[in-house]
Write a protein that binds this ligand. Structure first.
Ligand code: HEC
Length: 117
């Protein structure tokens, strides 16, 4: 019972957090990644990485480092998604920008996990 109340509270908190839509500026070291991500990926995957009905949320567990490696992200950016629904983004980012984007995605996933504890 107590557990249910806690889950409910977490859901409500989560919903209000989502509805705010204000995204904090990332700390030094992740700022450039955030900028490129927002410019190149954000329009589809959301500046909060939460996606929408047609685009997967990169915050999702299935994109955690254990389940979707840095190499797989890199490959998706360069060659598009496996189903080809997401087209290759090769021409829009340099090699170093790709690395910055990956760092920023990992940072965001990590900080979401810490916020939930
Ligand atoms: C024009 C919209 C669009 C843009 C821009 C875009 N994506 Fe995607 N992305 C999608 C869609 C739609 C999917 C789901 C495709 C699928 O299910 O195959 C996807 C899937 C993915 C996946 C999962 C791939 C898979 O095979 O499951 C990753 C990782 C990803 N995108 C990362 C990125 C990153 C990083 C960027 C920026 C460099 C980016 N995307 C830019 C629309 C976009």
């Amino acid at each position: 019972m107590k557990k249910n109340i806690i889950s409910l509270a977490l859901i409500v908190l989560g919903l209000t957090a989502c509805s705010e839509k204000s995204v904090k500026t990332a700390p030094d070291g992740f700022k450039s990644g955030q900028q490129v991500y927002n410019k190149v990926c954000g329009a589809c995957h959301g500046v909060d990485l939460m996606g929408n009905s047609a685009v997967p949320a990169l915050m999702d567990d299935r994109f955690s480092p254990e389940r979707f490696s840095d190499d797989q992200i890199r490959n998706t950016i360069i060659n598009g998604s496996q189903s080809r629904v997401m087209r290759p983004q090769r021409g829009r980012v340099s090699d170093s920008e790709i690395e910055e984007i990956i760092k920023y995605i990992r940072y965001s996933q990590e900080s979401k996990n810490t916020n939930q504890k």
